[in-house]
Design a binder for this molecule. Structure first.
Ligand SMILES: [Ca+2]
Ligand SMILES: [Ca+2]
Ligand SMILES: [Ca+2]
Length: 699
């Protein structure tokens, strides 16, 4: 069953051309109903199977191990590698060489795809159990490297016996070499606050924030002494050195980005390792100035004024909001200072600094107010923390989605609320476009969408995501932004910056259950990795307890894909427990999720497993025959009817007619049903009936 929902187009200044989306959906659902009735006919059985296959020719693959000591896989804090061949998952359980954990502690595992199956390895140190403060702070995009904060004590075990004892230390894990390297050096521990902030793409350079003096020249007295101040360090291929150094060479206190704890720090170190951004002197969630430490040797001021007109405002704080990922060539920040002549007001504005432009011409006022109506100057909506305002952005900072408290453009709708804009610099000159008016309230509205940072230290993640190129954005809103009346219920909205269309991805006229939670992820998350809910080709992945397609009425959470106006299930939609999104590869070809549903023949336990709904996927099934069992574990195997979509995706066969709900005529021996007709079997086809019998097993 596919829902077709046409995009609504929006003119540059908000002139709307929204089609009658709800009518369209209703019409399609009516057609869908007729279609379902048609399915009741035996002759349509094969068409039914076709309508239930996963989208994009995906097939389910079990990613977590078959034997995992009867432990559950948890959906939180996951991360998929760039090519989709690796994924991280958590479990309390001990397997693949790790010991079991308890309380809030979870082991971290990595699984890699092989030709026959996925292979799981433990990423945990073998020296001890987890302290509740131990945490994985970041991973490289290919999942070859990661940083672990670990308490080296007698209780929890020491990874490096020579490391500064008694507190939290930072380790670089090399997943290929299966090794740990101490990052913070021998002078002092990294400390319980701060820690890893960002890394170059290959993790050869790592930005560290610590209140402790990790180098001899660091001016920080230590976390026992000072409540707020920290120093910024850059670990460079084995050597930690101070990075918070002023242009005149003076070592200072500072925070990476706008501060590791509660403000933006994304891309505080560029992928090539050449630029590290820090704020100093630090004040609550911001700094007096923003600096770039370049190649570990010189420092440039980013937030300085380029104003030539007299007057203006100075002396206020500047808030780092992000940098261009590859080289740090562009930096965005918000401030009340009037840094260019075009800024005529004391309102908080969004600026972009571009290193590639001539000195004195590097600043652009992104949130320029060209609407002559008062008030003069729309304020960037800092929302709850006062430092936010960015909803999403591309990795190259050519597309920035930001929110203000009132209108910037002449002719745009003037209703009160939070105004969402796209600043698009992918063409010959920058272009500002009004997208929508959102609900500005933090608790009952949408203001979490433009929180800073994207992920905070508690693992809370703002519910707005974009593709890396910023063309596609998805966010949650309680507002009615298309013709569909969502009645104040949170929906997933999807914007395409090229088609210039805003669509509701989750709106469904006959959802059952109609009301239920909806989200992009399960907290907590790895703080440097917002999950890839939006793919480069414009797919949106999300999870909801609402049943958005007729097949899903279980009242449990399921994972969905929205693409080109079409909504499809990624998880089964018929299980009796929740399925949750873990992460996806940037292409969207791999969508990882957890479920108790046994979606392949290997999965014989009652526990939650991790699965990949993989484009052109599918791995060999177990050999025929009952699974081995011993002693008391030998119980009569319950027969569990496997979902029809299993037969049409994971297996290349028609399924066992005796377990199908629909009546389908049996084909003669040697023939199979394909496209509603009995046809000769293809070359290599496994007997189909075993696929539908799964047995309880302790192994
Ligand atoms: Ca201003
Ligand atoms: Ca469901
Ligand atoms: Ca299972």
């Amino acid at each position: 069953m596919r829902l077709h929902a046409k995009a609504s187009a929006i003119g540059p200044l908000g002139a709307t051309d929204i089609p009658r989306r709800r009518l369209l959906i209703t019409a399609i659902l009516c057609l869908g109903g007729l279609f379902l009735i048609a399915l009741a006919d035996a002759s349509a059985a094969s068409a039914a199977a076709g309508s239930l296959v996963l989208p994009d020719n995906r097939a389910w693959e079990q990613v977590s191990p078959v034997d995992k000591n009867l432990s559950d896989i948890l959906p939180e804090s996951s991360m998929a590698s760039v090519n989709g061949d690796r994924v991280l998952f958590r479990s309390l359980g001990g397997f693949a060489g790790a010991v079991g954990q308890f309380g809030p502690n979870r082991n971290l595992y990595m699984t890699s795809r092989g030709p026959e199956r996925w292979q799981t390895t433990s990423l945990m140190p073998t020296t001890g159990r987890l302290d509740f403060q131990n945490s994985w702070m970041g991973f490289s995009e290919d999942l070859s490297k990661g940083v672990l904060k670990w308490q080296d004590t007698l209780t929890f075990g020491a990874i490096d016996p020579a490391a500064p004892a008694g507190g939290m230390n930072l380790y670089l894990r090399d997943n290929e070499a299966d090794s740990f390297t101490l990052l913070n050096g021998m002078l002092s521990q990294a400390g319980s606050q701060g820690g890893f902030v960002w890394a170059s793409g290959d993790f050869s350079k790592i930005a560290i924030e610590s209140k402790n003096p990790l180098t001899a020249d660091a001016p920080c007295p230590g976390e026992e002494v000072n409540a707020f101040a920290a120093c910024v360090y850059e670990w460079d291929n084995g050597n930690p050195r101070l990075a918070s150094v002023l242009p005149n060479g003076e070592p200072v206190e500072g925070h990476a980005g706008a501060g590791r704890d509660t403000a933006s720090f994304e891309n505080a170190l560029s992928n090539d390792g050449s630029r590290l951004f820090f704020s100093s002197p630090y004040e609550w969630m911001g700094g007096k100035e923003i600096y770039a430490r370049e190649n570990g040797s010189t420092t440039s001021l980013v937030s300085g004024s380029e104003r030539t007109a007299p007057g203006g405002i100075s002396g206020d704080l500047s808030y780092y909001q992000g940098a261009e990922a590859a080289h740090g060539d562009r930096v965005i920040f918000t401030t009340k200072n009037t840094l260019v002549d075009a800024d005529t007001n004391s309102a908080m504005d969004l600026y972009l600094y571009d290193f590639t432009k001539p000195e004195g011409e590097r600043l652009t006022l992104v949130s320029e107010d060209t609407n002559p109506e008062s008030p003069d100057g729309a304020e960037i909506d800092g929302s709850f923390y006062g430092t936010g305002g960015i909803l999403a952005r591309s990795q190259d900072l050519r597309r920035i989605y930001f929110v203000t408290t009132n209108q910037l453009l002449t002719g745009e709708p003037e209703e009160p609320g939070a105004k969402l804009y796209l600043w698009d610099d992918t063409g010959s000159s920058p272009r500002l476009t009004y997208i929508a008016t959102l609900a500005s309230d933090f608790f009952s509205g949408d203001a979490r969408d433009w929180l800073a940072p994207t992920i905070d230290d508690s693992g809370n993640v703002k519910p707005a995501r974009s593709s890396a190129n910023g063309r596609f954005v998805a966010f949650l809103s309680v507002e009615k932004l298309t013709d569909f009346d969502n009645e104040g219920q949170q929906e997933v909205y999807f914007y395409d910056a090229i088609a210039h269309s805003l669509e509701c991805a989750s709106c469904s006229a006959d959802a059952y259950p109609e009301i239920g939670g909806i989200s992009f992820d399960v907290a907590p998350a790895i703080v440097t990795h917002p999950l890839r809910n939006v793919s480069e080709s414009g797919q949106v992945f999300f999870q909801t307890a609402r049943g958005l397609v007729p097949r899903d009425s279980n009242g449990k959470w399921d994972v969905y894909e929205y693409q080109n106006g079409t909504l499809n299930l990624i998880s089964r939609g018929t299980g009796d427990s929740d399925s949750k999104f873990m992460d996806a590869s940037p292409s969207g070809d791999d969508v990882f999720f957890t479920t108790k549903d046994r979606l392949v023949g290997w999965d014989r336990d009652e526990n939650t497993d991790a699965y990949d709904a993989r484009v052109n996927g599918g791995l060999p099934e177990p050999p025929p025959g009952p699974p081995p069992c011993e002693g008391d574990s030998c119980q009569p195997p319950p027969v569990v009817p496997v979902d029809p979509s299993l037969a049409s995706t994971a297996f290349n066969g028609p399924g066992d007619p005796s377990t199908r709900k629909r009546r389908a005529r049996r084909c003669a021996k040697g023939m199979v049903r394909r496209h509603g007709k009995c046809r000769r079997k293809r070359g290599r086809q496994a007997p189909s009936h075993r696929k539908h019998t799964v047995s309880r097993s302790q192994g």
